[in-house]
Design a binder for this molecule. Structure first.
Ligand SMILES: [Zn+2]
Length: 390
């Protein structure tokens, strides 16, 4: 390590000594199914982390939720202060169904770890947990430190969003430990996304004997898909994808109903309203006479914006990375995450500071095991180098 202070060295050395303990904890939490809708599974992962924090003397509290997993807050000390904390954040749900762990439990092969949620983002949570434990042990943090483990990011955080927004409003900055890019880069900007579902109503008629009485909802669906896709403007970073469709009753019936699901993405916060208006206009306009349609928003992520205090935060983090031999750049991602909510409430945010991995949401998802310690060290050193609040 180059140019590190004694406290930085002490914490970095301790983290290096925790490599096996990190892998053990990661194995345990990966081997618990925790799909977003599996409350019992998501809460079991939460309980395992709570046990870790209890063992390391960090107080935790739960915000319960009836259907989805509970939110878990972690602090360094019992005593609350008025100073704004640095917040380490992550989600513990995965996109995988119950039974996935039995099919492909945690394993390590050729330096890569595999298993459901191994990098997205259970390794990020393990990293956060050890960094918090390190500060509990050695101190030196220039501001209070807090952790937040959420439960439903993969379904756009319906239960966690208000918790995240409230916590981020009171925080000084956020490090979100989504997996680092395969290059090792972090994410300093993200697209916003709106997930919508629309339903078209037509009229059923026998398509042989009574064709002229029918109104085809599928015919209308086709027009709407083409019009929606035409809203895509790659230069502005706006994309519209109808990713799911269904409809119809039988091959010889004019389709009485049809539906589609839309994923709208955008870069600039100002583009959201206009793009949504255009989507609404297309859903309202009937090209096939006699059809009608409705639209509902199913979920949403806000964009992570760059510049200003986020840029300063990134530079501190980048410098910390250099001290432990990591070359970390910032990149823009079309993917959405909870970091959009923290950024949107004005809290400087860096995303993807977690250990490095790839192929998220697939059976090939992997984690570079050797990235766990240096990413934890970079995060800890970045925290130590935050200037005192003015
Ligand atoms: Zn994730």
């Amino acid at each position: 390590m180059s140019q590190t202070s004694p406290t930085e060295t002490r914490i970095a050395d301790w983290l290096a000594g925790q490599r096996d303990a990190m892998i053990d904890l990661l194995r345990e939490v990966v081997d618990l199914d925790s799909g977003s809708y599996d409350k019992a599974g998501v809460d079991a992962v939460g309980a395992r982390f709570e046990r870790f924090f209890a063992e390391h003397g960090l107080p935790t509290s739960r915000e319960p939720h009836e259907q989805l997993g509970d939110a878990i807050h972690i602090r360094l000390d019992e005593q609350p202060t008025n100073e704004r904390p640095i917040l380490l954040m992550g989600h513990r749900d995965t996109v995988f169904p119950k039974g996935e762990v039995a099919r492909r439990p945690f394993k390590i092969e050729n330096g890569r770890a595999y298993g459901p949620g191994v990098s997205d983002m259970k390794s990020g949570l393990v990293m956060n947990a050890f960094v918090l434990a390190a500060f509990k042990r050695f101190g030196g943090n220039p501001a209070p430190l807090a952790g937040l483990i959420t439960s439903d990011e993969e379904i756009a955080s319906p239960s966690s969003r208000p918790v995240i927004e409230r916590t981020a409003r009171k925080a000084r900055c956020v490090f979100n430990s989504e997996p680092g890019r395969p290059t090792g880069n972090v994410v300093t900007g993200r697209k916003g996304g709106v997930f919508m579902r629309f339903e078209i109503t037509g009229k059923a008629a026998h398509s042989g004997g009574n064709f002229e009485k029918g109104i085809s909802a599928i015919g209308e669906l086709a027009h709407k898909i083409v019009a929606l896709h035409a809203l895509t403007d790659l230069e502005l970073g706006i994309t519209v994808n109808v990713g799911l469709v269904k409809g119809g009753q039988s091959v010889n019936t004019t389709a009485p109903s049809a539906e589609g699901q839309i994923d709208l993405r955008y870069v600039h916060p100002a583009d959201r309203a206009e793009a949504l208006d255009k989507v609404r206009a297309i859903i309202e306009r009937a090209t096939v006479p006699g059809t009608s349609a409705t639209l509902e928003i199913k979920g949403e992520f806000l964009p992570v914006t760059t510049g200003g205090a986020s840029q300063e935060l990134f530079e501190i983090y980048q410098g910390a990375g250099t001290s432990v031999g990591l070359k970390i750049g910032g990149e823009f991602s079309g993917g959405c995450a909870d970091s959009g909510f923290t950024s949107a409430v004005g809290c400087p945010t860096i995303c993807a500071v977690g250990p490095v991995g790839g192929n998220a949401h697939t059976a090939e998802e992997y984690l570079e095991v050797d990235s766990m310690v240096p990413r934890a060290q970079a995060l800890a050193i970045a925290i130590l180098r935050m200037p005192p609040e003015t």
